[in-house]
Design a protein around this ligand. Sequence first.
Ligand code: SF4
Length: 256
Amino acid sequence: MKPEMEGKFISMTDSLQNMIHARCFTQDELMLIIENIESVKLSYKETQNKYPDDENAVIWAFMNKLQESIEHFIKNNPNGQKITCAKGCAFCCHVNVDITKPEADLLARYTIEHAIPVNSDRLAKQSKVSEDGFIPLSYEDSACIFLDEHSQCMVYEYRPMACRKYMVITPPDECNIVTNRHGKVGRAVDINGEMIVSALYGILETNSMAKMFKQSIHENEKKNKILIKISGNKSKLPVEEQTKDNAGDKKQPAVL
Ligand code: SF4
């Protein structure tokens, strides 16, 4: 569902859409949410205009805003719900995750700089399928391209917004998509964080993580001729040289 305002459709995260569908908000609250989303969009565009050559810094600033919001939410969780997510529990890293193009660029930059061994087998498989095509993938093939053999995220510091805002409150076993494939998982939703993500999904190009990451890697390669180490089937993307310049530091894309 995309709430309508003055003839325009507003893009929102699935979480917000579900809450609207479940009538969790009054009409006034809904209008406030829409206004806030619009204001974050405006703020992102203004920041983009201010730093036109550094999209990495712009998205990073807004990812930090999201992170602050989530941390504040966890600390002051109004319902007292305990977040049960823990290191090494990665069932939610076996589903399709959509990310924005600047997030993919940030991940490409980070993985190149730190020679992160992105799984090339899974990258090849996942970048070929649509969101629906992701579901029939085996448990192994559906693992995120950044998940290591200990079920830990290799890009945790730079993980996408969709991963940051996913917070579970039910026992971790219930997240097991093998034994509890059609079971329900209880989630805590930080509405402020959802508004930030809704705004960015509304103005930035968005697609599945594997597709977006592959695109960013190839653009980087073309631009900077950088060395990229890829593990998995041991295949490597074309290798040239690393220059000083390039050594840097879960869905509803729609536009108003
Ligand atoms: S980026 Fe990290 S947290 Fe997100 S799905 Fe991949 S492994 Fe999981």
